[in-house]
Design a protein around this ligand. Structure first.
Ligand SMILES: NC(=O)c1ccc[n+]([C@@H]2O[C@H](COP(=O)([O-])OP(=O)(O)OC[C@H]3O[C@@H](n4cnc5c(N)ncnc54)[C@H](OP(=O)(O)O)[C@@H]3O)[C@@H](O)[C@H]2O)c1
Length: 342
């Protein structure tokens, strides 16, 4: 068989604050002969995700830190180009967690075959049909327990999880959608394309002031938080009695070098009898074994009926992966940021 090589992006130093290209290297790796049970996969898209920033730190988290010199692992989709495994023949589309590399050789068991999507790119398995979409779905259905008629505020509304939250919430019968994002273009997109009733640019003025003013005397029943800090404080100000807050992420603090101040209005949790719960998608999915299949079925149906659309920002070339990651962390993406490789 022909020699098989791949390029892999590794973490070489732990970022202080914002990651820089100097924190990473890109190396060529030559793979050995294909062994029985193994496959070779050429990647089409790789994912850059906020949780990867946490894994670049040494401290305790819910996933173990990347080791120095280790390839950045995470979601990727590709196609089997050579196979020594009966269950994954050449040409099969696969989803896997081998991360920031253009190609992989490994045991077939480390890859999951995925159905081809009629007229749609495989990148959807990294976004709307993948982990971010599932995160939106479990957060709304199993954590916030969204009910028809609820009004919902989602922070980070124009990102991968955020665009999925808005669209899924509508499908589940949310009556009113309020979202925040970091640019005028994103705010227009939320209103014009995704039908948000209220969309706010948190860079224009403090989000708490804007939200209170925009809602006047109407509150929200569900807050889906991707941002934390000032956005959580803003939501606590406008929650209706018995509202539910699903804490999905706190991206405003991921690159912080000092601890941000906490919300100053936690007393509202008591007076309004609120329920706030943080969650990790994989844990909720294992506590609710039916939810992943339920999500896939419903999302595929909504997609094929044209009820939801996949918002993506595609960066070209493995060599631009680090730039794409840094750019996503400061808002350079709309919807899911992926890197096209190969
Ligand atoms: N709990 C879980 O299991 C789970 C799973 C997946 C993701 N998450 C979390 O969900 C959140 C969204 O993830 P994603 O993959 O969908 O990323 P994303 O929203 O597509 O991209 C990150 C976005 O964060 C926003 N942002 C960056 N700094 C900010 C700040 N200081 N204040 C407000 N917004 C800021 C930027 O948008 P703007 O232009 O709007 O600023 C950027 O586009 C993250 O917090 C992530 O950690 C959690």
């Amino acid at each position: 068989m022909s020699p098989f090589t791949s390029s892999k992006i590794r973490l070489t130093s732990r970022p202080e604050g914002k990651p820089t290209p100097e924190d990473f290297s890109i190396d060529q790796v030559a793979h050995g002969e294909l062994e029985p049970g193994q496959v070779r996969v050429s990647n089409e898209f790789i994912s850059v995700d906020p949780y990867m920033r946490g894994r670049m730190n040494a401290g305790r988290s819910y996933v173990k830190p990347y080791g120095l010199g280790e390839t950045i692992t995470g979601g990727a989709v590709g196609r089997v180009v050579q196979s020594a495994a009966d269950d994954l023949p050449e040409g099969t589309a696969v989803l896997h967690q081998h991360g920031w590399t253009d190609a992989v050789q490994d045991d077939a068991s480390t890859f999951q075959a995925v159905p081809e999507l009629d007229g749609l790119p495989l990148s959807l398995y990294l976004g709307l049909l993948g982990m971010p979409g599932l995160t939106a779905y479990v957060g709304l259905t199993r954590v916030a327990e969204l009910r028809p008629g609820d009004s919902l505020f989602v922070s980070g509304a124009a990102g991968a999880v955020g665009t999925a939250v808005g669209q899924i919430a509508r499908q589940l019968g949310a009556a009113r959608l309020i979202g925040s994002a970091g640019s005028a273009e994103k705010v227009s997109l939320l209103k014009d394309k995704y039908g948000f009733d209220v969309a706010l640019n948190y860079r224009d003025a403090p989000i708490r002031e804007q939200l209170v003013r925009a809602l006047e005397h109407e509150g929200v029943d569900v807050f889906y938080d991707n941002v934390g800090g000032d956005h959580l404080e803003a939501a606590l100000e406008v929650m209706n009695d018995f509202g539910r807050l699903a804490l999905c992420g706190a991206i405003s603090s991921y690159n912080a070098t000092e601890r941000p101040a906490g919300p100053d209005n936690m007393g509202n949790m008591v007076t309004r009898r609120l329920r706030m719960q943080g969650f990790i998608v994989a844990e909720v999915a294992s506590e609710h074994p039916e939810v992943t299949e339920e999500f896939r079925e419903r999302m595929t149906g909504w997609l094929s009926a044209g009820d939801v659309t996949a918002e993506e920002t595609v960066v070209e070339g493995l060599e631009h992966t680090v730039d794409a990651f840094v750019d996503m962390m400061r808002g350079g993406n709309t919807g899911k940021m992926v890197v096209r490789v190969g």
